[in-house]
Unconditional design. Sequence first.
Length: 133
Amino acid sequence: MASVRFLKSHRTWEEWLDIGFGVAVGVSPWAAGETSHETVVPNAAQIGLLVLGLAAFELVDLRRREEIAQLACGVWLTASPFLLGYAGAGHLRYWHFALGPLLTMLAVLELWQDWNLSHEELAERRKRSSLLS
């Protein structure tokens, strides 16, 4: 029961996890050893930087639009092996098949936590969360 209560409140560890995911996505072509694709490397780097930036914005000022953008990044990362043509070969697809759904699930969790809160309540929650962390 305590774990359910723990997940009901938006915490700063979620943004730090987002930052870690952003870094992992950004370096995934090099980690997988697949840097020869002309479109895949810039795609991973841009999505990684975008996730990193969105998480940084959430650390400063919690808003839903960053979470929605992060959700879109997770969905795009999951679909990009099919859309960019690297779903059939290489290890990079596994990285993106794993990181994309993780980003998506974390964004959905954050949206669920903050769904019924006004902007003022989000700001107050951010203050309390940063004092507790």
